[in-house]
Ligand binder design. Structure first.
Ligand code: NAD
Length: 338
């Protein structure tokens, strides 16, 4: 909180449509009188000694404010850079990625009443980046699973299950095949269970969860799913698809100290600068951020205005939601509905 009683939050606008959707968030926050001042941070990648890093002022801003809102970042192709998203996760040890998916009233999909929460391990697994060419035509890629990282994300899942009243953790894995790696993930969950006697713990194979999630997603409504990195990546996009796509789903990257909230979609270069982008995912991510900051009333007010706007008809929805609205028209309608 600063001297004026406002909270300072780091804003990483991002690339492509990032500029348009962050503008929409800023306009809506101003109209809703949310007590937040944005501090812009530039995270253009730097390559230092062959390692991708982000500029020091951005790191300082995020470490000072502890909370950041982030638009999509385009990964530079073929310039020797690692993904900036991975760099951010590593810089701030953002060990858990939380992805809620809730049906949006007024936007009909084949599935009603979806209300899932998925927590993805965010630092290792198949994303460790350890790959070798053994001999030409033969490559090896290492999936790294460690006890400390598994413990952190599973503990977070237990705590999230308690704080949201879901009181049930489902570990999604493939330990029948990945006996040692997923086996360790499962073992850690079993070990931690005694510390959370009021939370139910169950286990399911990834293939089985995939099948059941598309058959009847609401059977996963009253629990928190937790899983290794790549499974979480795939299953969270699958969950987004159940409620209408990536333009609607928020996420939070949680660390020990710092949390970064972001839309899960990319920079959408095909529509960037055309006024067609849907800012809903970034807006709903910002509402997750507000709840994390215990500004729940502001979060509810903005969420309700968003849902009301989407439900009010195709003329007020963007093209990705089968509507005809521009980003700015949609933003004006949300402001009107606050
Ligand atoms: P994308 O998510 O940018 O786009 C996929 C499709 O969805 C496109 O047709 C796009 O127009 C549409 N779309 C996405 N978000 C939308 C929105 N808010 N409103 C309306 N339509 C939307 O995926 P991509 O094309 O594979 O990736 C483009 C760039 O984004 C790449 O450089 C990639 O590395 C990066 N990326 C970043 C993140 C992130 O920062 N978290 C995530 C994914 C991809």
């Amino acid at each position: 909180k600063n001297a004026k009683g406002n909270y300072t939050v780091t804003m990483i606008e991002g690339d492509g449509i990032g500029v348009e959707i962050s503008e929409a968030v800023k306009d809506i926050y101003k109209a809703a009188k949310v007590p937040i001042e944005w501090e812009a941070a530039d995270v253009r990648p730097l390559l230092i000694n062959g390692k991708t890093t982000i500029p020091e002022p951005a790191v300082k801003s995020i470490n000072k404010n502890l909370v950041a809102l982030k638009g999509p970042l385009a990964t530079p192709v073929g310039k020797g850079h690692q993904s900036l998203n991975l760099t951010l996760r590593r810089t701030f040890n953002l060990f858990a990625n939380v992805r809620p998916c809730k049906s949006i009233v007024g936007y009909k999909t084949p599935y009603d009443n979806v209300d899932t929460v998925l927590i993805r391990e965010n630092t290792e697994g198949e994303y460790s980046g350890i790959e070798h060419v053994i001999v030409p035509g033969v490559v090896q890629s290492i999936k790294l699973i460690t006890r400390p990282a598994s413990e952190k994300v599973i503990r977070y899942a237990f705590q999230h299950a308690i704080s949201t009243g879901r009181n049930h953790v489902l570990v999604v894995h493939k330990a029948s095949i990945m006996k040692l790696s997923d086996g360790l993930f499962v073992e850690v969950a079993k070990e931690l269970a005694s510390e959370y006697p009021n939370v139910k713990l169950s286990f399911e194979n990834l293939d089985n969860t995939s099948l059941k999630l598309v058959q009847n997603p609401s059977q996963y409504n009253n629990l928190v799913m937790v899983m290794p990195n790549l499974y979480g990546d795939i299953m969270s996009d699958l969950s987004s698809g159940l409620i209408g796509g990536l333009g609607l789903t928020p996420s939070g990257n949680m660390g020990d100290k710092v949390s970064i909230f972001e839309a899960v979609h990319g920079s959408a270069p095909d529509i960037a600068g055309k006024g067609l982008a849907n800012p809903t995912a970034l807006l709903l991510s910002s509402c997750m951020m507000l709840r994390h900051m215990e500004l729940n009333d502001h979060a509810s007010k903005i969420e309700e205005a968003v849902y009301k706007t989407i439900a009010s008809g195709p003329e007020n929805r963007t093209k990705d939601l089968k509507g005809s609205s521009s980003t700015s028209h949609y933003t004006e309608q949300v402001i009107k509905n606050l």
